[in-house]
Write a protein that binds this ligand. Sequence first.
Ligand code: NAD
Length: 479
Amino acid sequence: MATRTKKGPEDLNLNNIVSRQFEKAAAHVNLPPGLLQQIRVCNNVYYMQFPVKIDDKYVIFEAWRAEHSHHRKPLKGGIRYSLMVDQHEIMALAALMTYKCAIGNVPFGGSKGGVKLHPRDYTQEQLERITRRYTAELIAKNFIGPGINVPAPDYGTGEREMAWIADTYDAFHPGGIDNMACVTGKPLSQGGIPGRREATGRGVVFGLREAFRDPGALERTGLKGTLEGKTVAVQGFGNVGYHVAKILHEEDGCKIVAVGEYDGAVINPKGLDIAKLAAWFQAKKTIKGFPGATKTLANGVDVLALDVDIIIPAALENQITGANADRVKARIVAEAANGPTTTDAEKILLKKDILILADIYLNSGGVTVSYFEWAKNISHMRYGLLQKRADAFQRAQIVSATEDLMHVRFPASVREGLLKGLDEEDLVRSGLEETMATGYQEISAILKKNKKVNDFRTAAFVCAIEKVGLAYLELGVFP
Ligand code: NAD
């Protein structure tokens, strides 16, 4: 990735980038400067180095857990496994979590963790020991717990790691009835929730649907109508990228014309078959050589410069920079990843009237459904268990009464739809849609009300800062 611009090297420190985004919005918020600073800074960071025996060697791992804001508890945020992890990145990602939770009205403060490693360099058994040791370090310093700090998956981690974390926490807290709420994104059989795996991707789609229902947002982009038939390029085909591509393709009729990965990109102007590409990627560990592609690119990031309607960075930060932003032709940048657009890039994109659906709104679906999982874990009851049958019984009575009164029978398929009770996944999706829709309306209202705020990210930050600020004003500052 090129990082030089005409003005010289660009500052790609994610913490500085997020701080600049914050400051731009803070200028439109009526709060005392000291309080604004408190909302911006990261409250505390735990840096650790721990050994794990890998084969016959002692390997020392560097790891972090940052706690950005304690205005709501517990704190929440994913755990990242990547060689790019460093303290600035983790602090920045923790800050984004605070703002994300505030926008979605998820009652948590922001946190983030990471271990500097490349998962592909270790066996499953080694990764398990690293994960358990990292968890033990977090337990020792009180950086994890159902009411303290609740991790979740992020880049390089998934349900498997979350199960190891839950089990380690449980081993250290025998008999703790809420132990499983110490982490979210767990497998379904271990206290997870249906719909969590797809949640971030589905949230991105809900956010895009909101934008396409908002003529004001689309006006400057020149795009019209619905998502149907729109062309899309996705960078990153992991948890988030795969689900966004799949849902946009299957449910919204978008054409996913390109997918970029760490080692290249595949293209088909008629639209890639996402299910087949996923099967290929899972089997071969690369998207290269996919038979359904008509063209390939050597560099995954280049899909962001293709002539499509929407680009979806869903890999890592700093992908659209001052060095490549002028090559972006898409009319919408949908930030599924955290921090994919740098400060310089943003200026260039905004000048071109490109709509940037900012990360702190658009990828908040993951933490939203994590909140549902956490609430389910501490209530020890699955959503809908008590009312599903009662609800179905009531529906059946209404359907029968309507048929008797009207002297008609609903066609079998309609009857089936009317009678079906809502299962847990339906409820999760409904709660996610409501959260994404409400968040969009709140941001949109700020854009309409304050004429000096004229981009989506700044409005999203204003929305978040005002809510966190209100919590501080109402709670006061101890002592
Ligand atoms: P993941 O590890 O499941 O997938 C990331 C994918 O990106 C991998 O397939 C990887 O090979 C690919 N990749 C790496 N470098 C690339 C490059 N240069 N070009 C193209 N592809 C590349 O991670 P994920 O959970 O899907 O997270 C992706 C992004 O979404 C991250 O920024 C993460 O912080 C953000 N996010 C994730 C969640 C979540 O619930 N998992 C929630 C909110 C935000």
